[in-house]
Design a protein around this ligand. Structure first.
Ligand code: GLU
Length: 428
């Protein structure tokens, strides 16, 4: 499937339909769950720094809230599309269900490129976004969070606007806030660490010693950085990472056969995950084309960038040495590539399980906000590990007992939990 005709929503629906058929899901429930419950599409007018005015398109989509308030990030990306957000909102529903937290699925986005916007312009977009949605989101309706190219600073501007509109303090309106301003310790690390908690469990089940493994990672943003950090701490060796270079408008892979030094690499990486090419060269990194990360002779691949990265076109370039793929990004593998990986018996830890650490910690953040009492970092990390490990084990056991692959097993658990909530509420 080429990049041009790729549609994340069609992929999300295809994955859902195939599992719904396998488990004989009631037709009306299928109808309800294969599309979002609610969508908000709106315009955000902004006065730019140069005196001109610009209108940005914003979206918030609530896929399902039968298990609790909708939950999910807000992405800022120039290529954002409504169908991508629909897919991502759907994956959020399955994500919250698979780790069994009392939340539904939502996602938002603004078509914009924060890499070329000033701080003030970004703040205006954040505030404008909340002004359009203030009545339709909130701690007991729909709780946003950071995602691609948004971070704690954006969350705080959004919270401030929400509280100004409603005239009271609502720290539970949004998660991923700065620590000390209602944020949780460990939230920054949570998604990347969560990926490695489930990877660790997978390697145990597969009887692979993590200290003898090597990995290649796509992306070097927040998720990739912390995944690389913990994986290295557990004894693994990352030999390649790739990243998008916004100056050259292309991606590169940075390779070091004796293993990357995560801290050093982070020190030459900007806040959007772009590594400084010249400095990397000076440090002895080999600089290869963007796709090279996927072609390395490693045991583990961690796609930690965007959707639609492992496709029918490049799946056969994956080395026969690769045993595990931990999907840190949302929707990195297309269904046709997934089929090939299944045939090749590659153990794929599906996205909505592998990267559920972020939303799980967001849930902990909300709990702490409600109590107005904040846990130590060790306590957060311990609780995160417990949740991720339990979710992995439940999916793995089902996969083994029913001979499902891990993605289908995760879908079966999530769809059943959401369908049960829908039925118990008497919606259908
Ligand atoms: N944006 C993250 C995700 O895709 C986190 C969502 C959240 O914390 O609500 O899972």
């Amino acid at each position: 499937m080429s990049k041009e005709n790729y549609n994340a929503y069609k992929n999300a629906q295809a994955q859902f339909d195939s599992v719904a058929k396998k488990i004989g899901l009631d037709e009306a429930i299928c109808d309800l769950l294969r599309q979002p419950l609610r969508e908000y599409h709106f315009s955000i007018p902004v006065k730019m720094d140069d005196g001109t005015s610009k209108v940005f398109r914003g979206y918030r989509i609530q896929h399902n809230d039968a298990r609790g308030p909708a939950k999910g990030g807000i992405r800022f990306h120039p290529d954002e599309t409504v169908d991508t957000i629909r897919a991502l909102s759907m994956w959020m529903t399955w994500k919250c269900a698979v780790v069994d937290i009392p939340l539904g699925g939502g996602k938002g986005g603004v078509v914009c490129d924060p890499r070329v916007l000033s701080e003030r312009e970004q703040e205006q977009i954040c505030r404008g976004y909340v002004r359009q949605l203030a009545r339709n989101v909130g701690p007991i309706q729909d709780v946003p969070a950071p995602d691609v190219m948004t971070n704690a600073k954006h969350m705080l501007w959004m919270l401030d606007e929400y509280e100004a509109i409603h005239g009271a303090k609502y720290p539970g309106f949004i998660t991923g806030k700065p620590v000390g301003m209602g944020g949780s310790l460990g939230r920054t690390e949570a998604t990347g660490y969560g990926v490695i908690f489930v990877l660790r469990e997978a390697l145990k089940e597969l009887a692979i010693d993590i200290t003898k493994t090597t990995a290649a990672i796509q992306g070097f943003g927040n998720v990739a950085q912390y995944a690389a950090e913990l994986y290295t701490k557990l004894g693994g060796k990352v030999i390649a990472v790739s990243c998008w270079d916004n100056n050259d408008k292309t991606a590169y892979t940075y390779k070091k056969l004796d293993g990357i030094d995560v801290d050093v690499l982070m020190s030459i990486t900007d806040r959007f995950g772009c590594i400084d090419k010249d400095k990397a060269r000076e440090l002895g990194y080999e600089i290869l084309p963007g796709d090279a990360w996927l072609e390395q002779d490693v045991d583990i691949l961690i796609p930690a960038a965007l959707e639609n990265q492992i496709t029918a076109e490049n799946v056969n370039k994956i080395s026969s040495q690769v045993k595990v793929i931990a999907e840190a990004a949302n929707g990195p593998t297309t269904p046709d590539a997934d089929k090939v990986l299944n045939e090749r018996k590659v153990f794929v830890i599906p996205d909505f399980l592998a990267n559920a650490g972020g939303v799980t910690c967001s849930y902990f953040e909300q709990v702490q906000c409600n109590m107005n009492y904040y846990w130590e970092k060790d306590e957060v990390m311990q609780k995160l590990d417990t949740k991720m490990t339990a979710a992995f084990k439940a999916v793995y056991d089902l996969a083994v007992n029913k001979e499902f692959n891990m993605r289908d097993a995760a879908y079966v658990i999530s769809i059943n939990r959401v369908a049960e909530a829908v039925k118990k509420r008497g919606w259908l």
